[in-house]
Design a protein around this ligand. Structure first.
Ligand SMILES: Nc1ncnc2c1ncn2[C@@H]1O[C@H](COP(=O)(O)OP(=O)(O)OP(=O)(O)O)[C@@H](O)[C@H]1O
Ligand SMILES: [Mg+2]
Length: 178
């Protein structure tokens, strides 16, 4: 099951808003796509959708790992482009940070085993005539969020309603924490 659609930059925001309510602490979002495909842009919109400050999101190309701790759940943002392997990521404290966070990993393919823990989403981004073709693969125990098919004529192979009760519960927990 997956969702696929063509989105401009604004559409990336709607996409992140559709996925955010069903993300859980401990989830990993593996961002795949060539240089400039929009991986960091996706993270910026996701941080905004989770109540964080999108202005704080920048590419961790050289720093490797950023933490946006005003988002709920906290977002850990990794750019693995320059990493040599999983040990380097572990040395940055990744494993301790991610249990209570959503980990977004650009170039995740460079870190063997990174998808083997927690629930893994795959977001595949491709250049397409000034926009991006985006394919969202939810974790195996997660249906495609129902808000996704309403975006920009994208298509989906399966769809489950995100209950209003879930959204309310998440909003309540954010209010308690902030
Ligand atoms: N859906 C979109 N439609 C059009 N332009 C977009 C879209 N998403 C992102 N962009 C633009 O693409 C450019 C590259 O975006 P971004 O830095 O997020 O890519 P990236 O995949 O993280 O790059 P890198 O591989 O260098 O890490 C930016 O100028 C951004 O504004
Ligand atoms: Mg990037």
């Amino acid at each position: 099951m997956h969702w696929r659609g063509l989105v401009d930059e604004e559409g990336m925001g709607r996409l992140a808003q559709a996925v955010a309510p069903v993300l859980r602490a401990g989830d990993r979002v593996l961002l795949e796509g060539p240089l400039g495909a929009g991986k960091t842009t996706w993270v910026r919109h996701l941080v905004a959708a989770l109540g964080g400050d999108p202005g704080l999101v920048s590419s961790p190309t050289y720093t490797v790992l950023h933490v946006y701790d005003h988002a709920q759940p906290v977002v850990v943002h990794v750019d693995a482009y320059r990493l040599q392997g999983a040990d380097e990521l572990a040395a940055l404290g990744f494993d301790e940070l991610v249990d209570d966070a959503v980990a977004c990993i650009e170039w995740a393919g460079r870190v063997p085993g990174v998808a083997d823990h927690g629930r893994a989403w795959r977001v595949v981004l491709e250049h397409a005539d000034g926009r991006r073709q985006v394919t969202v693969f939810p974790p195996s125990d997660q249906d495609v969020p129902c808000a996704l098919p309403m975006i920009d004529g994208g298509s989906v192979a399966g769809c489950a309603t995100v209950g209003q009760a879930d959204i309310n519960a998440q909003a309540r927990s954010r209010n308690q924490l902030s």
